[in-house]
Design a protein around this ligand. Structure first.
Ligand SMILES: Nc1ncnc2c1ncn2[C@@H]1O[C@H](COP(=O)(O)OP(=O)(O)OP(=O)(O)O)[C@@H](O)[C@H]1O
Ligand SMILES: [Mg+2]
Length: 601
């Protein structure tokens, strides 16, 4: 059964298409793609991953999210390029600057760091005049070049496929749970500037956690949990963020039938595994002060070694982990033994602690949702491979009677392959509203209403007194929004012949418990705390205006005018906001629609 418009379009496409899913991670990125031949149904087995990146000595699906810039701010090398000794020589001799962890710099402002991690994220290097959008664009342009290379090299008629379909690729970008609206807009712009596509509508967004669970569901590894009416959560522990999403299984796991419905707003916490490295770095620098290793080159090398061996080897059992210093010496006062810096279990636990706490707190919230008992949690993301972290999570789960699983399928594939599944199939039928969503509008002034006293007023085209900054709620926080259903609000406004018929409605989100009726206190210059601007919905009402009758009387300026009562219809249940305006004439029951554009400013 074809469930929605996207599925229908995918199945009955008239030309060859390439769907690419790009997962830009804080530390590693990956790309999967599917070539959809016209007239043939998409097959899950058709998904291909880029498995070899330039420079890699050992092929890998993951490529580091690194860009090296030269002094002229030109992006010179990417990903695993430094594994090639000739490029490494250039990086060192020409002092190219590596830029890392830049994904976190595009995060929405309302996403808070844990207090212990506030100082941990470096900004972009100060001596380079680049913005985070530039890094995204440069990296995505590199990804595009690798998509082209992969398609041409790995498919029998690769060049023909590429030439045929490169201009209309569908690009699925994955994001953490907390990224939306403006962040998606910035990423979309960077992807277009990187020439992945010229058509912004061809760029789609899905969250990493949602993509992961969709991938795992189709591998069959979690079938035992995907029974109708079960509650299940996905916890993606990445390098930068911890993302937790919980679902109710609303139709069983039999092939093609699975339907999942979000049961709470998805959690996102900036507490991924890079913060362990950051905490370790502070300690290592301090420990090696006034030793022969107290220089930038040695420290950098040691941090690489911490990432590659000390961190993964820590299981919380052994009394210490070693960090090889590269010179055979012992200095007990500095914990240096036979050429190794010993990091005690106590220190290692301290490095992991803020992340461990953030993860457990997120999981606690998920299993405490009233009437929705989540008793099964699936883990994914590189950080979930940590023996220590996972053993801590296991201990917690045992005390709570929660079952956990970390499927051993190559997890590197889960996000990008899941992103392709998300595009091809519509498994998610409902999402939870993270905020109260509403539109800013004007209300008729009512002198008897005490809430309106002392507020600024304005006069509309019909000469009526209005009070601005009213918050018209269209979707309440923590309610389920069906993926294909519209939520709407009615607006009533007077227009004259000579005034602009374009309306701009601002969509706002309110974060806290009960939203106020007005967005500002009387006389205040700033909005109340808790309002986040999501986007502007713009539409041209000329069509509605032309079809409407004039009002019987003239306005105070002696002009003819019309009242238009129109409905702003928003689709908030999908991964992106979509909108249109609706109007119904007095004589005809058939509604007239006009598409509305979404702007982020
Ligand atoms: N065995 C391990 N022990 C501890 N950490 C690990 C282990 N294996 C991988 N990691 C960490 O996992 C991270 C990579 O995971 P992943 O690829 O899921 O993150 P990402 O996609 O780059 O980040 P994000 O999705 O948060 O933006 C790295 O920071 C790495 O240090
Ligand atoms: Mg990731």
């Amino acid at each position: 059964m074809i469930r929605n418009r996207r599925e229908k379009r995918v199945r009955y496409r008239s030309k060859r298409e390439i769907v690419v899913c790009i997962d830009i991670g804080t530390t590693f990125s990956a790309v999967s793609m599917s070539i959809l031949e016209c007239g043939q149904p998409p097959r899950n087995s058709n998904i291909q991953e880029i498995t070899r990146w330039p420079g890699q000595n050992v092929p890998s699906i993951k490529v580091p999210s690194i860009v090296w810039y030269n002094a002229e701010e030109v992006a010179k090398a990417f990903g695993s390029d430094d594994e090639d000794c000739l490029i490494l020589e250039k990086i060192e001799n020409e002092h190219w600057t590596p830029v890392v962890w830049w994904k976190l710099l595009i995060r929405p402002g309302h996403l808070q760091f844990l207090p212990a991690l506030q100082e941990a994220i470096p900004g972009l290097p100060e001596h380079l005049d680049i913005k985070v959008e530039d890094v995204f664009r440069h990296y995505l342009a590199y990804i595009r070049s690798q998509i082209e290379r992969h398609i041409i090299d790995s498919n029998a008629n690769g060049r023909e496929i590429w030439e045929d379909a490169k201009s209309h690729m569908t690009i699925v970008l994955t994001t953490p749970n907390g990224w939306e609206g403006i962040t998606q807009h910035r990423m979309r712009q960077a992807a277009m500037d990187a020439d992945l596509t010229k058509d912004g509508a061809k760029i789609k967004f899905v969250t990493e956690a949602e993509a992961s669970i969709l991938y795992l569901a189709q591998t069959g590894k979690i079938d035992g949990w995907l029974h109708r009416n079960n509650y299940i959560a996905m916890c993606d522990c990445g390098g930068g963020t911890i993302d937790i999403t919980a679902y109710k299984v609303s139709a069983s796991s039999s092939p093609g039938k699975l339907r999942l419905e979000e049961i709470c707003y998805p959690r996102c916490c900036i507490a991924g595994s890079v913060f362990v490295n950051r905490m370790a770095e502070v300690w290592i620098r301090d420990r090696l002060k006034n030793t022969m290793f107290d220089d930038e080159v040695s420290i950098k090398r040691l941090l690489v070694s911490f990432e590659k061996s000390s961190k993964p080897s820590f299981d919380g059992e052994k009394p210490y982990v070693n960090l090889a210093l590269g010179a055979y010496m012992t200095e007990r006062a500095k914990d240096i033994h036979n050429g190794n810096l010993r990091i005690s279990k106590k220190e290692m636990v301290t490095f992991f602690e803020p992340c461990r706490q953030a993860i457990i707190q997120g999981l606690e919230e998920i299993i405490s949702i009233p009437d929705k008992p989540v008793k099964r949690i699936v883990f994914g993301g590189g950080f979930a491979n940590s023996k220590y972290l996972f053993s801590e999570v296991r201990k917690w789960a045992e005390t709570k009677g929660v079952e956990i699983a970390r499927p051993d399928d190559p997890l590197e594939k889960s996000v990008t392959n899941g992103g392709i599944h998300w595009y091809l199939n519509s498994t998610i039928v409902g999402r939870m509203a993270k905020f109260h969503y509403g539109i800013e509008g004007d209300a008729n002034f009512n002198p008897a209403d005490p809430d309106m006293r002392g507020r600024e007023t304005l006069v509309d085209m019909a000469g009526e007194k209005k009070v601005p900054y009213v918050f018209f709620v269209i979707v309440k926080k923590d309610t389920t929004i069906s993926v294909d259903k519209e939520a709407s609000a009615w607006f009533y406004r007077a227009f004259t012949d000579d005034c602009d018929k374009t309306v701009s409605l601002v969509l706002w989100a309110y974060r806290w418990g009960v939203p106020p009726k007005f967005m500002k206190k009387p006389g205040a210059t700033k909005l109340d705390d808790g309002f986040l601007r999501i986007c502007t919905v713009k539409g041209d009402l000329s069509k509605f205006y032309d079809a409407s009758p004039y009002h019987e009387s003239l306005n105070p300026d002696g002009k003819m005018f019309k009242y238009l009562q129109y409905e702003a219809c928003l689709m908030l249940g999908d991964t992106e906001v979509r909108a249109r305006l609706k109007w119904r004439s007095e004589t005809s029951k058939k509604p007239i629609y006009c598409e509305a554009s979404i702007g982020y400013d």
